[in-house]
Design a protein around this ligand. Structure first.
Ligand code: FAD
Length: 363
């Protein structure tokens, strides 16, 4: 079978779906999304959904600008999805607390606060007694914390459903169980079938380096994350909390997501005693209350990691082939801005932010 499309997007995760949706906003071009498994069953299904541009920022620069820009777009993005599809992706601004580490002193925390204030004027410095007022269930002994009141969360599984539904309503064609083996100029090969398109967008997440024909190759490696959730029934946490490479994302229905490991384990997604054990022990260090909460679910996913931790966004050397992959720990946060940048590139407009740092040619 031969089929011609204006655009084929390889990968139906948050990134691929957000791009396909954006490209169909004026209904002027035909867009097909193909996915090797079910739509939205990759990393996007596994994510916690924390939207916190500043959570890992110790310095400014273009990547922080990219994250902040996407975070600012999120409310409108989520509201647009609810209006269009009726699916609420759980976008909520409940803020995040970044607790000081045991070796932090009030002075080192204060210095971090001054730094973060350059990018987030609303950030607050909280002393231990103030901290307990913001989050009464916290029991970790810390010298203080930074509070980011503008941080948001979404429920990624709902986000992906809403994006898929929006794509369908906008006339995007979607094919699951269709594994792309090779890409070349204007052609996507699935088993014995060749699909043709003027533009091909590679949004295949952790599996990108398995695709044949990419030039340059995209050095994306899977980075396993184990994650779990607890039922807090009647004892809900108020805000998101980050501490010692672990985090809490409390959902409005009382589910408390506790994340996440970061492991170099290839494509293995098994849950391990060590991985789950460390999450449970860090969770109890943040709040001793969680020890009595029932475990609701445990799962894992593969983040699309890159050698420098930055996404790969831009034109490849193969004419008409673009990359939007390697979003590592921030793909849910970066979905709106990535979609907007890719639409600009496909339309041959200048993207709103510089994309040179994410060039596929940089490796
Ligand atoms: C435990 C965990 C917690 C996370 N928490 C957060 C968070 O709080 N905030 C945040 O912003 N990010 C978070 N992330 C990161 C985020 O999930 C990813 O960056 C994001 O989901 C990447 O989206 P994607 O669409 O590129 O990849 P995916 O969602 O993995 O989608 C890629 C899709 O491509 C398909 N595909 C692959 N190869 C082919 C092929 N050859 N042919 C056809 N289809 C193909 C796959 O089947 C898959 O559906 C987390 C990730 C994990 C694992």
């Amino acid at each position: 079978m031969n089929a011609m499309h204006d655009v084929i997007v390889i990968g139906g995760g948050a990134i691929g779906l957000a791009i396909a949706r954006e490209l169909r906003s004026d209904r002027s071009r035909s867009v097909l999304v193909v996915d090797r498994s079910g739509i939205g069953e990759g990393a996007s299904w596994a994510a916690a959904g924390m939207l916190s541009a500043l959570s890992e920022a110790d310095s400014g620069g273009p990547f922080l600008e990219l994250c902040l820009a996407s975070q600012r777009m999120y409310r409108g993005f989520a509201d647009g999805l609810v209006l269009e599809t009726g699916i609420d992706c759980g976008c909520a601004t409940n803020g995040s607390l970044h607790l000081g580490m045991p070796d932090d002193t009030p002075e080192t925390l204060r210095a971090r606060y001054e730094l973060q204030r350059q990018w987030s004027p609303n950030v607050e410095f909280l002393y231990p007694d103030e901290l307990r007022l913001v989050e009464p269930l916290l029991t970790a002994r810390v010298h203080g914390a930074l509070f980011f009141p503008d941080d948001l969360q979404v429920t990624p599984r709902r986000l992906v459903r809403a994006l898929q539904e929006s794509c369908i309503r906008r006339g995007v064609e979607i094919r699951s169980a269709a594994r792309v083996e090779e890409v070349s100029k204007g052609v996507v090969r699935i088993a014995t079938e060749e699909l043709k398109a003027k533009t091909i967008i590679v949004a295949s997440g952790a599996w990108t380096s398995e695709l044949k024909g990419l030039d340059p190759p995209a050095p994306v490696r899977p980075r396993k994350g184990q994650i779990l959730s607890l039922s807090t029934a009647g004892q809900p946490f108020r805000c998101m909390i980050r501490w010692d490479n672990a985090y809490f994302v409390p959902r409005p229905d009382g589910e408390l997501v506790v994340g996440a490991t970061s492991e170099d384990a290839g494509f293995d997604r098994s849950l391990t005693a060590a991985g789950i054990g460390i999450l449970l022990s860090k969770a109890q260090a943040i709040s001793s209350h969680v020890g009595s909460f029932p475990i609701k679910e445990m799962w894992s996913g593969l983040r699309p990691g890159t050698p420098d931790g930055l996404p790969i966004i831009g034109r490849s050397r193969v004419p008409g082939v673009f990359y939007a992959t390697g979003h590592f720990r921030n793909g849910i946060l970066l979905a709106p801005i990535t979609a907007s940048i890719m639409a600009a590139l496909v339309d041959e407009r200048n993207p709103e932010l510089p994309i040179e740092p994410y060039s596929p040619l940089r490796f």
